[in-house]
Design a protein around this ligand. Structure first.
Ligand SMILES: [Fe+2]
Ligand SMILES: [Fe+2]
Length: 377
């Protein structure tokens, strides 16, 4: 309902949020003063404020939505079934064990990150603006419509696409603790905590699994190439998502500071929380690595290399959140080839069918994984 203030200005209480501080609206609409005094807390920043407008205040989010759509890859077209021999015979026992262990939880990650818990619900609710919701919807579509079915295809090839397999993580204390941790992060009502945690999930947790898989098609190994082509596609997507989540975090924090809603004391508390999230991610990944390498003899990647990659990735994400590095050491072995291989445009050859070149509106410059993107925001 539109009300007229004594000064003749029109106002639409509880709806429009430009300017974002709802308490400002009260000044122009005295007859609704009482209603406005309801104990609904004012939004902390513009990016957290609902709006009826479709005018984009965050054009970078539209750009990210468009870029994500331009590199969308359908899981079914990568030919993962061609890797069946490798999955069954080409991998040795240690490698097969590692792949199965990683696969037993990966789909669950995708469902949570793309589902109601994060991009598919929570993020859109925390940032109720059309351009942010559009970006979140595009990312959710990728997690649920491309990544999760892609991992399922590999499970089908290995004969593991079963109810038992998909709930097997519940029986493992380490894996179920990890899922409980993700649940806990997503239940926070603070957008800064949620986006910081999401940046780690996308940029460090998933990347550690991707680093493990990518070893099968690196350093002279040519195992499960079709599957690894999907890993390349996922790495580009997840990197993008981590960057977007960190961007939401920084925008939101900056706006809260400007609005006087983020004090230095709150900032110290937030930094402590981020360090605690990072430390928990590292602790869980170390224990998960124990599981991945429980059977000795993996030829393609070592536990030491994978843990070093994890630490590299944690520092990348901390940097995106404007936080100091936790490890600050030289990049490890996997970091030296992980990005390089993704940015290389492979010539059509034996691997042609594994490339993502069929994608609609395919453009090399969009698909190329820019190395600098891994380290910058
Ligand atoms: Fe994903
Ligand atoms: Fe993602």
């Amino acid at each position: 309902m539109i009300h007229k203030s004594p000064s003749g200005l029109l106002c639409e209480p509880f709806k429009q949020a430009e300017p974002f501080n709802l308490w400002d609206v009260r000044l122009f609409c005295p007859q609704k003063k009482k209603a406005h005094m309801q104990p609904t807390p004012p939004p902390l920043s513009q990016i957290e404020t609902p709006t009826d407008s479709y005018v984009a205040r965050y054009p970078w989010a539209i750009e990210m939505a468009n870029q994500q759509q331009a590199i969308f890859w359908p899981a079914e077209e990568l030919g993962v079934e061609e890797d069946e021999q490798d999955f069954r015979i080409g991998l040795n026992e240690a490698e097969r064990h590692g792949v199965l262990t990683a696969q037993s939880i990966l789909t669950q990650y995708e469902l949570m990150i793309g589902g109601e818990e994060l991009w598919g619900g929570k993020i859109a609710k925390l940032f109720p603006r059309p351009e942010i919701q559009r970006m979140a919807a595009c990312f959710a579509n990728v997690e649920l419509g491309s990544h999760a079915p892609f991992y399922d295809l590999a499970n089908k090839v290995m004969g593991n696409s079963t109810d038992e397999f998909y709930s097997s993580w519940k029986k493992d204390p380490v894996l179920s603790e990890r899922i409980a941790f993700i649940n806990e992060c997503t239940q926070s009502t603070d957008a800064l905590e949620v986006t910081a945690a999401l940046a780690f999930l996308e940029g460090a947790v998933l990347f550690t699994a991707l680093g493990f898989f990518k070893g099968f098609n690196a350093r002279g190994f040519n195992l499960i190439p079709h599957f690894v082509a999907g890993i390349d596609g996922s790495a580009k997507d997840e990197n993008f998502h981590s960057i977007a989540s960190a961007r939401l975090f920084r925008e939101c924090k900056e706006e809260r500071i400007k609005a006087g809603n983020h004090s230095p004391e709150q900032d110290i508390k937030l930094a402590d929380k981020i360090i605690s999230i990072a430390a928990t991610v590292v602790e869980h990944e170390r224990r998960i690595a124990d599981l991945l390498f429980a059977v000795p003899g993996n030829r393609v990647v070592s536990k030491h290399e994978l843990l070093h990659f994890l630490e590299d990735r944690v520092d990348v994400v901390l940097n995106r959140l404007n936080m100091p590095a936790m490890f600050g050491h030289e990049k490890g072995e996997i970091s030296t080839w992980f990005y390089q291989q993704l940015s290389t445009v492979k010539v059509p050859d034996f691997f042609a069918s594994t490339q993502l070149q069929y994608t609609r509106n395919w453009a090399k410059h969009r698909l190329a994984f820019k190395k600098e993107m891994a380290d910058v925001r």
